[in-house]
Write a protein of this length. Sequence first.
Length: 83
Amino acid sequence: MGIVWTIVLGFVIGVLAKLLHPGKDNMGFIVTVLLGIAGSLVAGMVGQFFGWYRAGEGAGFIVSVIMAVILLVIYGKIRGGSS
């Protein structure tokens, strides 16, 4: 059940990041989920390394969305899109 929960949260975080990021991003469902999961993983590692929060805290979700937006901008720059 942990993998399913990770995919669902990754999707939610990816969709929120796409809504907060201006511009048109032609990304499918799989890339959106991967974006959200990557944002969560990076935010979790950075936040816990610096001691900003522990696993399972609400701040982790907020930072995950912010990190997913940053990854979306980087993805757009690499892909050459309209980011």
